[in-house]
Design a protein around this ligand. Sequence first.
Ligand SMILES: Nc1ncnc2c1ncn2[C@@H]1O[C@H](COP(=O)(O)OP(=O)(O)OP(=O)(O)O)[C@@H](O)[C@H]1O
Ligand SMILES: [Mg+2]
Length: 262
Amino acid sequence: MARTFVVTSGKGGVGKTTVTACIGRIFASMGERTVALDADLGLNNLDVLLGADSRIVYDVVDVAEGKCRMRQALIRDTDEPELYILPGAHSYDKSAIDPQSMREIVSRLSRSFDIVLVDCPAGIEAGFRRAVSSCDEAILVTTPHISSVRDAETVLTLLKKSGINNIYTVVNRVRGDLVLSGEMLSRNDVERLLGTEVYGMIPEDDGINLLSNAFNYGLSSGFAACRALARGILSGVPEVYDLTKKYRGIFGGIKRRMKRNT
Ligand SMILES: Nc1ncnc2c1ncn2[C@@H]1O[C@H](COP(=O)(O)OP(=O)(O)OP(=O)(O)O)[C@@H](O)[C@H]1O
Ligand SMILES: [Mg+2]
């Protein structure tokens, strides 16, 4: 049976879909048979991020309604042969998938894959509950801003109430230069605020958006941070990317000043 993760946040736009796509490719590159399910029905964009949007024939709602077989809806990633995506529906009747159907879909996927990633919609309403009820573990994404951390705290409580105890907290869009100067929440700050261990610190990095270009994602610091996160999730021991390193020392100080002036 697969490990099943809901990727959630509470606050919208903090990077759930980006993290799902990135670690999906990384898990697959490590030889884990991985499937990423887009549970953000109606606002789906995981397919776009992974460059699969033009190849969609069936989606998760078609599978739930029995209009196609699971394997007809699954799309293989072009860069990583061990990664598949189960697309969300572009337009749909929200009642089409209830928590029970979502659980059945994830349970069917978990028989053929090692890792199932469920990209959750923002908020804590029905879409959130449907995604959470289908998974055993969670990846909780926040940004280093108080409003986002507060929402993450609420979600953390809800996840625990739903019986999810393995929760991997990730801080996304962090600027190492500002953490070093004390102007942005650090890993320790977030751990103190949430009362939980942080498994990933991902830098603000435009390269992370270029996932469909293998050359770029190989070079990006965001990708390197996601790789450390994926290793930590697999081993259970956090391996957090050091995003302040390049801003320390004499040359680091110059980089910090240059960054501030851009
Ligand atoms: N580490 C990063 N560095 C730079 N840009 C990023 C980073 N992470 C995410 N982004 C950008 O932030 C925006 C929102 O990201 P994304 O769609 O992954 O968030 P989301 O949490 O899935 O949003 P929603 O709640 O709407 O589903 C996108 O434009 C994405 O490219
Ligand atoms: Mg999203």
